[in-house]
Design a protein around this ligand. Structure first.
Ligand SMILES: [Zn+2]
Length: 377
């Protein structure tokens, strides 16, 4: 076959060859040539770059077209919620009587406080879980200290969980099974005494069978702690380093005081109750203190305190005459679920002796958790 040089009589480049050959080619071959050229440019570096740019541009346009409606809707929802929140905050603070205080509240953005109040209200509205809060609000008590055991974190997690569940009335008592879970059980009487309905309150402070040992154990631990603190205060010799190692003796004394523990006081006249938990006979300062400790159901705190004062009134009169000392009755009352009545502060203050209300609360809560574990679990 003759070469291109032979046909045209001269040496020519590849571009020229194409031009020359296209002059004589037919329409389909022209089409092929343009397609080939198109793909050649398309798959060159420049072509690929153009393709990517085009893809990004088209993708952006399509994405905006598809998502713009959803985006606008979401912004409207957020704006509506924001407006509602501002209105609600304004409304809450506006309810307060003190206008200046309201503005101050808004200025300082006490969101945390507002939110806590809202959560508390929500919890109180619950008929079952809100019972403890409602009950606590009905008595004069120290709110920060009643709930301080949660902040202190001195109790074991399992004990904390048991106490919180008991406060929320969420433990599986027979009463709970019958009336809340609607389980088919014959009756809801206490599994220990078979007398009353088995509720948290019954197990913690009203079961006659548990009163024989379990309640005494819980009560005696608090007595031991208070006795240990008093012995420390009056420098009674031979006292253990830690309160739980302390074993109270019926009578301890020094030149200043005599401390009686769980001991009968013999009086000239018969009295209805003559054995308070602890008696401090202070000969130096000429006064006597009758201390009685109790861990009742949290709703009975105030009545229990009044009951204790009434119970030992006659004894106090007799002791005053007999020993010629000014006599004072000091009840130490704490709720089985840790409620601290306002009066406990003053009573502990009267005793002095570096007695910690927190420690008394921890001992009471540990005792209650043990009773619940032994009974229900
Ligand atoms: Zn019972």
């Amino acid at each position: 076959m003759p070469s291109r040089e032979d046909v045209y009589g001269a040496s020519i480049g590849p571009g020229a060859a194409d031009t020359i050959s296209s002059r004589g080619s037919s329409s389909p071959s022209k089409c092929k040539k343009y397609v080939r050229k198109f793909f050649k440019h398309l798959f060159s570096n420049l072509g690929l770059f153009g393709l990517v740019v085009g893809y990004v541009f088209i993708g952006a346009v399509v994405f905006e077209y598809l998502e713009s409606k959803n985006e606008i809707d979401q912004r409207i929802v957020i704006q509506t919620k924001r407006d509602e929140c501002v209105k609600e905050l304004w409304h809450i603070t506006d309810e307060d009587d003190n206008e200046d205080h309201d503005h101050e509240k808004i200025k300082s953005f006490k969101f945390k406080e507002i939110q806590q109040n809202r959560l508390r209200k929500k919890l109180e509205e619950k008929s079952l879980h809100g019972q403890y809060l409602k009950r606590v609000n009905n008595i004069e008590h120290s709110v920060p200290q009643t709930f301080s055991w949660l902040r202190r974190g001195q109790l074991k997690p399992a004990t904390e969980a048991t106490i919180v569940a008991a406060q929320d009335q969420a433990l599986r008592t027979r009463n709970y099974e019958k009336y809340i879970l609607k389980t088919k059980i014959d009756d809801d009487r206490c599994r220990i005494c078979q007398e009353k309905s088995e509720t948290i309150d019954h197990i913690l402070s009203a079961c006659p069978q548990l009163a024989k040992h379990e309640y005494i154990l819980r009560h005696n631990k608090i007595c031991t702690y208070v006795h240990w603190c008093l012995c420390k205060k009056y420098n009674i010799p031979g006292i253990a380093t830690r309160w739980y190692e302390h074993e109270p003796k019926p009578v301890v004394n020094n030149e200043e005081v005599t401390i009686l523990y769980d001991t009968q006081i013999h009086t000239d006249r018969t009295v209805p109750a003559n054995k308070p938990d602890i008696v401090i006979k202070n000969l130096k300062e000429k006064h006597c203190t009758l201390i009685d400790i109790s861990v009742p159901c949290d709703k009975n705190l105030i009545s229990k305190e009044a009951e204790k004062k009434l119970k030992y009134r006659t004894l106090a009169i007799e002791v005053s005459k007999m020993w010629n000392l000014k006599t004072l009755i000091v009840p130490v009352i704490i709720g089985a679920l840790g409620t601290i009545p306002q009066t406990l502060h003053n009573n502990i203050k009267t005793l002095e002796g570096n007695i910690s209300i927190h420690k008394i609360q921890d001992i009471a809560l540990c005792g209650s958790a043990n009773i619940l574990r032994k009974t229900i679990y």
